[in-house]
Design a protein around this ligand. Structure first.
Ligand SMILES: NC(=O)c1ccc[n+]([C@@H]2O[C@H](COP(=O)([O-])OP(=O)(O)OC[C@H]3O[C@@H](n4cnc5c(N)ncnc54)[C@H](O)[C@@H]3O)[C@@H](O)[C@H]2O)c1
Length: 357
């Protein structure tokens, strides 16, 4: 499959590397009006365009052939929905980076367009392509974990000052760790445990002093009754986050020997990314020892698997593992969390806005 990347920044580069490493894809073009994108296109020896119009003209011109068969949208958040809309209208399947869009309402319109046109879309919650997470999901689906009772997620991601030189990362509506980082945790939690029906949250911006938060404490209630708490910060130090423990993107992040997710079920306790799986030896009681029988997996690169899957979605061999509706639901949860912060009260989510995962 010949793919194009719109937005040749940090994650655009990760996608370019994954496309090169994936046997079923080629990088045909990069669209980016700025220097970083142009330099990336030169490095990868692919076509470079300033605008979506130029890409569409190139790929649909009389001599074009099948120049581009799918497009990855890796631009700032506010551009995701308008650019994905444009691509779907041009008949091109999209892999849209998270967050799918700035608001649930805008995302919903995109979901409807994809359904009407039958042009598929996938959202870049790449963790679902990781065998680690798929093994955790298998443990839940098999019944070995039981029902979710409670859980703790830590997303501790200290970011240095230059990261915030890019204006959208510190502006309300596009930046802040709730939109940039927490959304991955929401997707992970929904993937494992189903729909979130109520949220409650506090946030703080005292460390960085930007309009957006740098820290948040979030509580989620799931449809089946379980509760998960999340500690999120981009201003605090500690190894406890998926990004810095799972070894998913070693070009950017270290893989430290710590745990970021702890889930307690009615039959077992499970942590990630070490895939520890704790059950009682003998009677299930707090006085009885528990043993850890970690699940084992064959590691694989989530970003490469994401590209392989995107190619299979384009060819019609697979259906999207993370649908546009999933991306929209994740935004609905984030919006509810933001409202809880603002109104200082719990917010109930309408399960009708969601799709089963
Ligand atoms: N899946 C992940 O783990 C992950 C990781 C990082 C970023 N992201 C997401 O990817 C997106 C980009 O993040 P980033 O960190 O790479 O940002 P970035 O600022 O490094 O890159 C954005 C790129 O988009 C380009 N751009 C701006 N306007 C454009 C336009 N109109 N047309 C085409 N290109 C344009 C910029 O020149 C830049 O090269 C964000 O939505 C972010 O949330 C996802």
């Amino acid at each position: 499959m010949r793919l194009a990347i719109i937005g040749g920044g940090i994650i655009g580069r990760t996608h370019a590397e994954a496309i090169r490493a994936c046997p079923t894809s080629d990088l045909a073009a990069i669209v980016d009006p700025f220097e970083t994108g142009k330099a990336l296109a030169q490095e990868y020896g692919c076509a470079h365009f300033q605008s979506l119009d130029d890409l569409i003209a190139w790929t649909s011109g009389p001599e074009a052939g099948a120049r581009v068969e799918g497009v990855i949208i890796a631009t700032p958040n506010a551009l995701h929905v308008p650019q994905a809309t444009r691509m779907i209208e041009a008949g091109l399947p999209v892999l849209v980076e998270k967050p799918l869009g700035e608001s649930h309402a805008k995302c919903t319109a995109l979901v409807a367009l994809s359904e009407e046109t039958a042009v598929p879309g996938l959202v870049g919650h790449h963790r679902r392509h990781n065998p680690l997470l798929q093994a955790a999901k298998a443990a839940v689906d098999s019944g070995a974990f039981g029902q979710l009772v409670s859980g703790t997620i830590s997303a501790t991601l200290y970011k240095d000052s230059p990261y915030f030189d890019v204006p959208w990362r510190r502006e309300a509506g596009s930046g802040g760790p709730l939109l940039i980082n927490l959304i991955h945790e929401i997707d992970l939690a929904r993937y494992l445990f189903g729909e979130i029906t109520e949220v409650s949250a506090l946030s703080a911006n005292v460390q960085r002093g930007f309009a957006v938060e740098d820290t948040a404490a979030v509580i989620l209630r799931f449809q089946e009754g379980g509760l998960i708490t999340i500690a999120l910060t981009d201003a605090g130090v500690g190894p406890w986050s998926w990004d810095t423990t799972a070894g998913e993107n070693l070009a950017r992040f270290p893989a430290m020997p710590a745990v970021s997710h702890m889930f307690s079920g009615t039959r077992a306790g499970m942590s990630l990314p070490d895939l520890a799986f704790w059950t009682h030896e003998g009677a299930q009681n707090w006085t009885t020892p528990q043993v850890n029988r970690p699940r084992s997996v064959q590691p694989a690169d989530s970003y490469i698997e994401q590209i392989r899957h995107f190619c299979a979605v384009i060819s019609g061999e697979e259906t999207p593992r993370i649908t546009l509706a999933d991306g929209a639901r994740n935004i609905a949860v984030i919006e509810a969390i933001q409202r809880s912060v603002q109104d200082r009260c719990p917010v109930i989510l309408d399960p009708g806005q969601s799709r089963a995962v």
